[in-house]
Design a binder for this molecule. Sequence first.
Ligand SMILES: [Zn+2]
Length: 238
Amino acid sequence: MTARPEAILSIPPLQGCLYCHHVGTVRYAEGRKVLGLGSGLPTATCSHCGTVAQLEIEDGDDPYWRIRYKKLNSAPEYYYVMVYLGEQRWIDGEEAMEISRRGFVQRHRIDQVQHGDLEWLEPAPLNPPPPLMSPYETVYLAVPDVSLWQPSSQNGGSGGSALDVGTFYVTDRRMHLVGQQRDWSNRLAEIRSIEHDENAWRIFIGGNRQYFTGSNTLESLDAQLFTAIVKALWKREE
Ligand SMILES: [Zn+2]
């Protein structure tokens, strides 16, 4: 095996794990093709989080690289990187670095929220507040493109029919949807359950199991952090 140029071993995912952010835990292996099988691409394996990624590297002083995760770790603390680094998706180096940075911050935010610290959201009243919001309510979250659904059966679950869509506000005591049809307002105490998965969050309210839902987008709060914040506010109201 010929020695790799220093430049290749110094590319970011080989310096520190983009997934769990540990340093010195990533092992680099040259790709091999045996009897025409295998991709022949080099891999980066992290001994801390157990993720395995393929790399494509173009040699040079400042090598271009991209990465594709073959094996993820789905533990809750890696939710953000699991969703956005994803599986079997080639990601350019710069984008992968940005997702990794955001994933690091997100993990810190989750930790803060779980310790009851929501001040970093800079909660404040809206001026003027929407019609159903009291001027004394403090807004913690404002999220566009949230919809309200009526489940098709009393058993609940997702699906059913959309009642409205609009901007969703979570305050110290209520949830408000300023929808295209009308304004909706529910007390936090009306929440029955809160759930999230890799794609979306859902907040179930009241006896008829209506639910608010919003999707993961790279630009807004991810579903894990969003639900953690609502749960923290809900707990304060109980
Ligand atoms: Zn790792």
